[in-house]
Design a protein around this ligand. Structure first.
Ligand SMILES: [Zn+2]
Length: 501
């Protein structure tokens, strides 16, 4: 959860309006003419505008060397593409999500979360190449054109304009789903299967054009498959169903058809003299050495049932059996059944001068009542009532707390139904009442994890795991996953591998 700079929750969904009427452009990849609502100029405009939104939502990773490294590879691949003339931008985002996506006009993003799982420069190049392919083949523009033709309207930017009204208090749908909709996956989720397959092919083509072995695309898909397996294994062990994913894997599943297609494509572009192969692993591991693994200090870290936000100076504890989900825009504590949650957001300074002000401005209440309280020394106001929304009214159960340094927080009590809200009331309050100033001891626990490279020990993973923090869940499985050896791969002692410290 990051500090919110403006009152985004009260803003309407911002739609991107294209003034351009339907034009005809030549597709740079296929050479065919296609009718479109986005010519190159509007592609560039959409890219520029949304680039700013992405950086606001995600923040670029503060690591100039790694940014330069990824940019160099991206530029090389783009030069080998059908749209070498575009001004290309490659940005590593400071996010633990496993994700990569592109905006029209030449903006490509990759998270540090997905970088952690690559084991070679060619795998990074494969994902960048795939995303470049979405841009060169004008996939977003094709989607926008289709949507307009279908009368849906072009809402390319809507994924970033999350509104308070879309959250469920009484009578909401799947909370997990709603939370996940607020991630960048929304950008890429709606490419068609054909577009994905074309992006895979283009990625392999750009790899081959840059002396990379295009067969490494298979490793990427395979790595994503292992992620899926790991999540399923973990969920089975913990006795719940795996949470729906909102990352690259969700929109790029490692299914048999995709694997088969990519194998065929890789064979077609196979380059036995792939010169970049030899040094690629070493270069890549060096470039990512020392990056944060998992949650960052700025977003706050989850350690078991505890959540620590060092910069904001607070700590919270989730009730036993509840899960913590920390996104860039909010912190969610959800019950085991997934039908009730405490959703916490930072409130911007302009949300109101007093709690009464904030209630008025955020909820615009039709009716309701407020009660004052003190939570571990911090002033709190509980509001139960009916809020006005864009589409009508909605029942609201929420608390505003003024935390350390006078930062205001909104805690929404959310549930699938009023009955469930009633049933979970005590637990929601227990979670909320754990809000406290972070202690000196907790500050130490709030240190983020780092990726480090080490020589693989003779004692194997059992020995490697001893270096990992005690709080890293399923440490051995996680280290295996990071090094492409999940669930039972073998690594030669002395090989340079990644570890978490
Ligand atoms: Zn894709």
């Amino acid at each position: 959860m990051a500090i919110c700079e403006k009152l985004r929750i009260a803003l309407p969904v911002c739609a991107l309006v294209f003034l351009a009427a339907c034009a005809t452009v030549r597709n740079p990849v296929t050479g065919e003419y296609e009718r479109t609502v986005m010519d190159e100029r509007s592609e560039l405009a959409a890219g520029q505008k949304n680039h700013q939104e992405v950086l606001k939502e995600y923040r670029a990773l503060d690591n100039p060397l790694l940014q330069a490294y990824v940019n160099t590879i991206g530029q090389k691949l783009a030069k080998a593409s059908q749209r070498a003339n575009l001004e290309w931008h490659f940005t590593v985002l400071d996010s633990p999500e496993i994700n990569a996506f592109a905006l029209p006009g030449g903006y490509v993003y990759i998270t540090r979360g997905i970088l952690a799982y690559f084991n070679d420069e060619a795998e990074l190049a494969g994902v960048l190449g795939h995303e470049i392919g979405h841009v060169t083949a004008r996939h977003a523009s094709q989607r926008a054109t289709r949507q307009q033709a279908a009368g849906v309207g072009v809402l390319l930017a809507s994924v970033l304009g999350a509104v308070l009204e879309s959250k469920g208090y009484g009578g909401a749908g799947d909370l997990t789903q709603q939370v996940s909709q607020m991630t960048a996956a929304g950008y890429i989720a709606s490419y068609s299967r054909d577009q994905e397959s074309q992006a895979d092919q283009l990625g392999a083509q750009y790899l081959a054009g840059n002396q990379y072995d295009s067969a490494r695309m298979i490793d990427v898909i395979d790595m994503l498959g292992k992620q899926e397996q790991f999540a399923a294994d973990l969920a089975r062990k913990e006795g719940h169903t795996p949470a729906p994913r909102a990352d690259w894997l969700a929109s790029h599943p490692s299914n048999d058809k995709r694997l088969n297609d990519i194998r065929q494509t890789a064979l077609r572009y196979h380059n036995p003299q792939a010169a970049q192969a030899a040094k690629g692993r070493e270069r890549f591991l060096k470039a990512i050495d020392g990056i944060t693994f998992g949650e960052s200090r700025e977003e706050g870290v989850t350690r078991g049932q505890e959540f620590f936000h060092e910069p904001l100076g607070f700590a919270l504890t989730a009730p036993t059996g509840w899960r913590i989900k920390n996104t860039s825009s909010e912190l969610v504590m959800m019950n085991g059944a997934g039908d009730a949650a405490l959703i916490m957001r930072t409130l911007p300074a302009d949300a109101g001068a007093t709690h009464a002000d904030i209630v008025r401005r955020v909820f615009n209440p039709v009716s309701g009542r407020t009660t004052q309280a003190s939570i571990n020394g911090f002033a709190a106001t509980h509001f139960v009532g009916v809020a006005r929304t864009q589409s009508g009214t909605q029942a609201v159960d929420a608390t505003i707390i003024s935390g350390p340094n006078n930062q205001n927080y909104l805690f929404l009590h959310a549930a699938k139904s009023a009955a469930i809200l009633q049933r979970e009331r005590d637990m929601l309050l227990t979670a909320e009442n754990s809000f406290r100033a972070i202690s000196a001891q907790e500050r130490l626990l709030a240190r983020p994890w780092q990726l480090r490279q080490v020589a693989f020990p003779a004692g194997g993973f059992a020995q490697l795991v001893k270096r990992a923090p005690a709080t890293l869940p399923d440490a051995e499985a996680q280290l295996r996953l990071l090094n492409g050896a999940y669930p039972d791969g073998v690594i030669q002692p002395g090989t340079l591998v990644k570890t978490v410290e």
